[in-house]
Write a protein that binds this ligand. Structure first.
Ligand SMILES: N[C@@H](CCC[C@H](N)C(=O)O)C(=O)O
Length: 277
């Protein structure tokens, strides 16, 4: 099996192309290959597949073997993979996702290789039951969530996958490893959730740290950055365009008033290629 190791701001993936469908056993393979000691090591196993609705289709498995509906950093890597290998002859590409429909991506190249990608991430889902949470409100803003004697307040956003956004005094020093897993598996989120801890620095800048569903702490989360911007706008904390700073670097996020879509711009990088015996 040929693979390419890629990343978006340090959120890293094993990317496999050439299959027609998600292979049986992909879940077990993700657990094995994503392991950082006994495998290749990655935050996800990504398959690039043919689509009858778009140029390509993406499926992504988390390191715990669960399948995610969408991944903002992986979709930029998929665009880079197909652009750099000449699988598309234009600087736009459409990619079908499991949970966020078909997305349009615009590639900015440097020296013939994709360097940055702007992704139309679609409309955020704010209906509590649709995120999904167990809360029948639309939207769910500043709702209490209690764990181990502490109560946080969260905004629920789905970008195809669920996010629980919590504003804190200092996202960088926040105890992600303690609270992340408790909130990821909280009963308010029936399909578990990604958890973002956010500090707003200015109207155009938020700092975020993420605990990802099925993956734990990662250096960046594209859908999480989109959910962060949406929650910040809903809370009146930022403008509709802002930079979200993650441990691995910055993403520019825009929530358009015109079409209600969220647009994410950021880099994608290839690290090495390999063959699995
Ligand atoms: N890193 C991602 C999100 C990957 C999926 C997530 N762990 C989930 O289960 O929803 C991103 O960049 O969006």
């Amino acid at each position: 099996m040929e693979f390419v190791k890629m990343h978006g701001l340090g959120n890293d993936f094993i990317v496999v192309a050439g299959e027609r469908e998600l292979p049986e056993g992909a879940s077990g393979l993700a657990v094995q290959l994503c392991d950082r000691h006994f495998g290749i090591g990655a935050d996800g196993l990504v398959y690039i597949l043919p689509s009858d609705r778009a140029d390509f289709r993406m499926r992504i498995m988390n390191p715990d073997g669960s399948e995610a509906e969408q991944c903002g950093n992986a979709i930029r890597c998929v665009a880079k993979y197909v652009y750099d290998r000449g699988l598309i002859s234009k600087d736009t590409v459409t990619i079908e996702t499991l949970g966020a429909g078909v997305q349009q991506l615009q590639i900015a190249a440097e020296g013939g290789k994709a360097a940055k990608v702007r992704v139309d991430m679609g409309e955020p889902i704010l209906n509590g039951l649709a995120v999904p949470t167990t809360i029948d409100l639309n939207p769910v803003i500043g709702h209490p969530i209690a764990a181990e004697g502490r109560t946080f307040h969260f905004t629920a956003v789905s970008m195809g996958n669920p996010h629980c956004v919590i504003f804190v005094d200092d996202a960088v020093s926040f105890d992600l490893h303690k609270w992340g897993p408790l909130l990821e598996t909280h009963p308010l989120f029936p399909r578990k959730t990604n958890v973002e801890f956010v500090t707003v620095a200015s109207r155009t800048h938020a700092v975020m740290r993420v605990w990802e569903r099925g993956a734990g702490p990662t250096l960046a989360c594209g859908t999480g950055a989109c959910a962060t911007l949406v929650a910040s706008v809903l809370g009146g904390l930022t403008d509709r365009t802002a930079t979200v700073s993650l441990a691995g670097g910055d993403l520019l996020i825009e929530w358009s008033e015109e079409d209600n879509h969220v647009y994410m711009t950021g880099p994608a990088a290839e690290v090495f290629t390999g063959t699995l015996a």
